[in-house]
Design a protein around this ligand. Sequence first.
Ligand SMILES: Cc1ncc(C[n+]2csc(CCOP(=O)(O)OP(=O)(O)O)c2C)c(N)n1
Length: 279
Amino acid sequence: MITAEKERELRRFAADIRIECMKQFRAIGIGHVGGVMSICDLMACLYGEAMRVDPKDPHWEQRDRFIMSKGHAGPAMYAALALKGYFDPKELVTLNQPGTNLPSHTDRNRTPGVDMTTGSLGQGFSSGLGIALGCRMKKLQNDVYILLGDGECQEGQVWECAMFAPAKRLTNVIAFIDNNKLQLDGSVEDVSGVHDFGGKFREFGWQVIDVSDGNEVSQIMEAIHQAKEDREHPSMIILNTKKGKGCFFAEDVFNHNIPVAKEQAEQALAELTAYKDSL
Ligand SMILES: Cc1ncc(C[n+]2csc(CCOP(=O)(O)OP(=O)(O)O)c2C)c(N)n1
């Protein structure tokens, strides 16, 4: 359980992350708004509380790692990193512009705090498990956090990972599925019929934790605590989220990379700021 004070702090951090994401989209006029907004609460929990990291020393060997396997959600990670002091928040508006350190998909060679280059769905999960195995071989006491999209789980590679992590007893892995039920071109159910992620991962040997509201920081933190307590299995936390959460023109819209008009961005920013001020 987190304190009421910590809960408020994380909610406000999540609101700030959404605000900084919207400013990034406003600057370039387009973005993966839905897939970004659905995970801002998770970013707040990871960078605001759960992860052992040092923004002044992004390569600190003992640090926890985070792999954004649904790499198109880079802007949410960039906002969290900038707000935590990895780099100057002024850089955020360079998102995806020529010469930027912030490409739309996360790139470990560009951005301080990004541990793996991602974007080709499925591959971040494999890389993350490789990193977890490497950390364990080095006897590091850290955890490796990995975030997958629910549509991403249609990749066959994801199910190789589902087998691999329990087989190698990668108990330092805490993975998440952003279960917002929507993908690029429709609902996940319609596109592939993949469902019951919990049952499937449990069957492969993972500890599965279902979070009924994956946009609620107290529930996310509770799940992470539970994951950390189990050192017998890798953990898969299923976050039931809302795609586009908090953004009036993107909530529950499946479209992937959407145009963002200046007026839409201004209205969204006003709403997000009013929400933050109400917390
Ligand atoms: C291997 C691969 N195939 C296809 C794509 C194109 N693509 C990018 S995002 C996406 C949909 C992902 O859906 P989901 O994982 O549910 O993420 P969300 O839209 O909810 O953020 C697709 C098909 C890709 N990036 N990589």
